[in-house]
Ligand binder design. Structure first.
Ligand SMILES: C[S@@+](CC[C@H](N)C(=O)[O-])C[C@H]1O[C@@H](n2cnc3c(N)ncnc32)[C@H](O)[C@@H]1O
Length: 290
């Protein structure tokens, strides 16, 4: 399967900007907020360059101006901001090269075209296609570690499900049912296919609903999205956590953790715990008991 065109924005910073500059983290966060699906920073020598890859749904018109505006807001001097067009991605080939089995305690995430390792107790087969979620990214790994730790048997809500990996992982570990939402129809299609391959479709409800319109409460809610949308949805998402239940958030850069944590505390959640992997964090909360 190939993908429609992605675009890259290549930011070459002025030579006076060094790798320790705090504004680089802020720029990374802002590029993700702008819709970047991936980011590569080359800071081993000056000038530092950042290449932000934007998926096809982000129109390339206006991207350069938007990035220049960000640089202006952060007072980051740049030498050049340029647009590049990527060759369409052959996802099947991409994942054949980059996706390998990865274990989280008893739970193993295994590419659907490979054999499971002998030590895998619970095997979740995933074909990511063009959706996000293999277990290899720090944010997904952090969420899976928490799902394994909690081993919750009640229903689970997974907001921003991508490949379905978190909802399906929770189901495989014993959750009785899961609701998985995504605002990308391609992700919902991929999640459905993965649920089917693992025989978990009967326990999974897929939805494109905004959390603001949902009614049920869940003893476990997971959301691996991005800091900006997570902050915005704090009042609505907090209401979806059952009394005494757990909320697991990721997709948050370490530099953004405090703002996100405060938004959820303002919405009534407590017991914050922040766990970091690479430059990303997971934030755990619990809801007050009734
Ligand atoms: C970083 S991926 C996470 C995928 C998977 N849950 C994981 O942990 O690997 C974020 C997903 O959230 C979806 N998303 C982004 N904003 C959203 C929103 N406001 N509501 C629901 N889904 C959203 C994206 O389409 C994407 O599939």
């Amino acid at each position: 399967m190939t993908d429609p065109q992605w675009h890259g924005v290549v930011v070459t910073l002025a030579t006076e900007v060094g790798p320790e500059d705090d504004r680089l983290d802020a720029l990374s966060g802002a590029l993700f907020e702008l819709g970047a699906g991936g980011l590569e920073t080359k800071d081993e020598r000056r000038p530092i360059t950042l290449i932000a890859a934007f998926p096809p749904e982000v129109a390339p018109d206006g991207l350069i101006a938007a990035v220049q505006e960000l640089l202006g807001e952060l007072e980051l001097p740049s030498a050049e901001v340029a647009l590049q067009t990527y060759e369409p991605v052959d996802w099947a080939e991409h994942w054949r090269q980059h996706f390998h089995p990865i274990g989280f305690g008893p739970l193993w995430i295994v590419p659907s075209w490979l054999e499971a390792p002998a030590q895998a107790q619970k095997v979740l087969r995933i074909d990511p296609s063009m959706a996000f979620g293999t277990g290899l990214h720090a944010t997904t790994a952090l969420c899976l570690e928490r799902i394994v730790e909690l081993a919750s048997s009640g229903p689970v809500l997974d907001v921003g499900t991508g490949t379905g990996i978190l909802a399906l992982g929770a189901l495989l570990l014993g959750a009785e049912a899961a609701v998985a939402t995504d605002n990308d129809p391609d992700a919902l299609r991929v999640a459905r296919e993965n649920a089917e391959v693992n025989g978990l479709l009967p326990k999974l409800r897929l939805s494109s609903s905004d959390v603001a319109f949902m009614k049920d409460r869940f003893p476990l809610v997971v959301a691996n999205i991005l800091a900006g949308p997570l902050e915005e949805m704090a009042p609505a998402l907090s209401k979806r956590v059952a009394p005494g239940g757990h909320l697991v958030l990721s997709g948050i850069l370490a530099t953004q953790a405090e703002d996100v944590a405060r938004a959820y505390e303002a919405a009534g959640l407590g017991g914050r715990r922040i766990v970091q992997k690479e430059e990303w964090v997971r934030i755990d909360f619990t809801a007050p008991r009734g």
